[in-house]
Design a protein around this ligand. Structure first.
Ligand SMILES: [Zn+2]
Length: 403
């Protein structure tokens, strides 16, 4: 299985100038490929992938307009064409319904004003030197801060310049799966705002995953800098300075959150054989916008993605409950469904069976029960008697309704 390992790199000023050129060329080729595809599509012409690559890389290099493409590693350009193709396909398959999940927008042209720049290289564009440096074609040897060991030879690398001006190398490495001994326990995960997640497990134990601690101060600092930035005039030098100032704490917050998500996901995967989660796409669709903002701040998507990666690696299963579940409003005891449950209500009593519920723990139990029922229906996975008496999936209602 493939994983990403990311390290800070320290290019010299001369190398930074070269890298800027590669970012620029990769961007131009990405956009050219997208444009060729769009024009061909509108004209009703079918172009093969290799024909597109020939036009925007090989032939383009021979023209005076694009001659400077010769100065950068051609693997970076080829990968850029591939990225462009993937963006286009994702968009098309999303529109035609072939691709599930959130609808993808039309691929966006890349701009020199994008604050995050990157390009990708496969094996023939880079190598790791015995002196611990990273050799990048046409750029040279770049110093790397090896914060942890690379588990194996990387198959590709993405060179990134973040908005705060730092450079990173993100390697794709093959990691052998290392399944853990199987366990009986399964868990339902309810992601939330007040805390990252509430877990209900088949052994009846509840566990809470708090939001990462110590982010409060950093987030307040970030908010202050964001306000400062918004007061500066767009396009001004001061605005640009502000933007770079914001990028630093922004990066720190992102890193702290990612580390925390990794740690929590590992514990969850270690302790449970199957982890049931709600489909965040469905969840996002029915929630209001302010909540959507909170969702993106809490980084649920990243957390669930990391759980999935770890589950793959350690031989566990992540089951996404595919149906719309009104998990917060459904009684995990008897399946009764409330019409409404305002967000500020943290505990409620079921009018049908009189059980008092903690909002989040109840939701986690509903997700667990529905997930297990779905898996049982799908592939005959045995459900232990412990779950009888809990809400059945179908009792939660079958038609998606906007809350
Ligand atoms: Zn009830």
């Amino acid at each position: 299985m493939q994983m990403r390992h990311r390290y800070r790199i320290e290019p010299t000023p001369a190398q930074q100038a070269t890298l800027a050129r590669v970012f620029g060329c990769a961007r131009v080729v990405f956009n050219d490929a997208l444009r060729v595809r769009e024009q061909a599509y509108r004209a009703g012409v079918k172009l093969s992938d290799s024909e597109i690559q020939r036009r925007v890389v090989t032939t383009a290099k021979t023209t005076t307009r694009r001659a400077w493409l010769c100065e950068v590693p051609s693997v970076a350009l080829v990968q850029s064409v591939n990225d462009s193709r993937r963006a286009w396909r994702n968009f098309f398959e999303s529109v035609s319904g072939k691709r599930k999940g959130r609808k993808m927008g039309r691929p966006r042209f890349k701009s020199r004003k994008d604050h995050r720049q990157s390009f990708r290289l496969t094996r023939n564009g880079f190598s790791l030197r015995s002196n611990g440096r990273l050799f990048v074609a046409k750029v040279g040897e770049v110093g790397v801060r090896w914060s942890r060991e690379l588990p194996s030879e990387p198959s590709s690398v993405t060179i990134i310049r973040e908005p705060d001006g730092r450079y990173y190398a993100s390697f794709v490495v093959d990691v052998p799966a290392s399944p853990l001994p199987p366990v009986e326990r399964e868990a339902g995960v309810d992601v939330g705002i007040a805390r990252l997640a509430t877990i209900a497990a088949t052994d009846g134990v509840r566990s809470d995953i708090d939001n990462p601690k110590g982010l409060g101060r950093k987030l307040r600092k970030l908010a202050q800098l964001e306000r400062e930035k918004s007061r500066r005039q767009k396009g001004s030098a001061n605005r640009d300075k502000s933007r770079r100032k914001v990028a630093v704490p922004h990066n720190e917050v992102a890193r702290a959150r990612r580390d925390y998500h990794h740690k929590q996901a590992l514990a969850l995967v270690r302790d449970n054989q199957v982890i049931h989660v709600e489909d965040l796409n469905i969840l996002g669709m029915v929630q209001n916008r302010r909540l959507a903002r909170a969702i993106s701040d809490a980084g649920w998507g990243q957390f669930v993605r990391i759980i999935g990666e770890k589950a793959d690696r350690y031989g566990r299963t992540v089951h996404t409950v595919s149906r719309w579940l009104a998990s917060s409003k459904t009684c995990s005891g008897c399946g009764h469904r409330l019409d409404e449950l305002p967000l500020q209500v943290r505990t409620w009593t079921c009018p049908a069976c009189r059980v008092v519920h903690d909002r989040d723990h109840n939701a986690a139990k509903v997700i667990l029960a529905a997930g297990r029922a779905e898996r049982l229906n799908a592939c005959g996975v045995p459900v232990s008697p412990a779950t009888s008496g809990q809400a059945r999936g179908d009792e939660a209602g079958s038609t998606p309704t906007a809350a």
